[in-house]
Structure formats: C-alpha cells, structure tokens
Design a binder for this molecule. Structure first.
Ligand SMILES: [Zn+2]
Length: 69
C-alpha cells in the first residue's frame, strides 16, 4: 500500500483531474483514462477528500499563496 495521495490545488481552483498513483502502481491492462480522478473543492475550502473509481483515498488540499513582501 502506498500512503494517501495528495492533490494540491491553487488558490482559485475548484476542480481537478489527476491520475491516481495507486492505480498506476497497480497497473493492469486498463487504458490510462480509467486512472483519472476528477474532483472538486469549494473555493472557500482548504481540504477535501475524494476517491478514485477503485476506491483509493485522495486528499485534496488548497495552496494559499502568501507572498513575502
Ligand atoms: Zn486508484
């Protein structure tokens, strides 16, 4: 088992499409599109959870950029 995966979103992103690494590690003869996880995160949320279609847990985190002046 690999650790929980994390997807990092930018400050204004509300959805993403990422490849599930756990599925890729357990690669079988399936086309790559089936590894894609589509998820959403409210713009006011800092963290969310989703699962790929095989049930791997994926943590969605939002990056809050703080520019040093
Ligand atoms: Zn997966």
């Amino acid at each position: 088992m690999i650790e929980r995966q994390h997807v990092w979103l930018g400050p204004e992103a509300t959805s993403f499409d990422e490849l599930c690494e756990a599925c890729l590690v357990a690669r079988e003869e399936i086309e790559e599109e089936t590894y894609v996880v589509h998820g959403t995160l409210r713009v006011d949320a800092d963290v969310g959870f989703t699962t790929c279609r095989r049930g791997h847990r994926i943590v969605v985190r939002r990056v809050r950029l703080r520019l040093a002046v």
